[in-house]
Write a protein of this length. Sequence first.
Length: 166
Amino acid sequence: MTHSNRDPGAHLAAALAVGLATCLVMPASAQTMRQEHVHQMSHDVMPFDMSKTVHIFKMTEQGGVESVVARKAGESDQIALIQQHLQHEAGLFQKGNYSDPAKLHGADMPGLKELEAGASHIKVRYAALRNGAEITFTTTDIHLLTAIHRWFGAQLSDHGADAKSK
């Protein structure tokens, strides 16, 4: 179901608050342990080296943009792996397959179930970048918009130093 956005700025502010609240739920020591676990387990899902890359999450009024870029210019091996992986993931996400994030972050990851169920109402677009790649998520459904922002917030929390918001 699609909902009109009378005040997209208000929806964005509310969704950002919900997404970022994810970061505040668990105590710092438990959050640090979770971040270390996700960093160590990332090689099971992502072919690139997490310590040589950074995930960037930008929440927008229409959804969001997830970018993964090499920390150093000229890391052609990491850039190729990032591009290959994100292109593959974008294809899966468009079909509602979020099994890789579930494998790494857990099946109860905030927003994940909604994204899987509402995949036909989310446009997923892959783009190669000079230093990595990005996936853009776009929807007009306010519930899915909130799910995207919750999902981004959970990834920011779980990836810790390997991620940042834009």
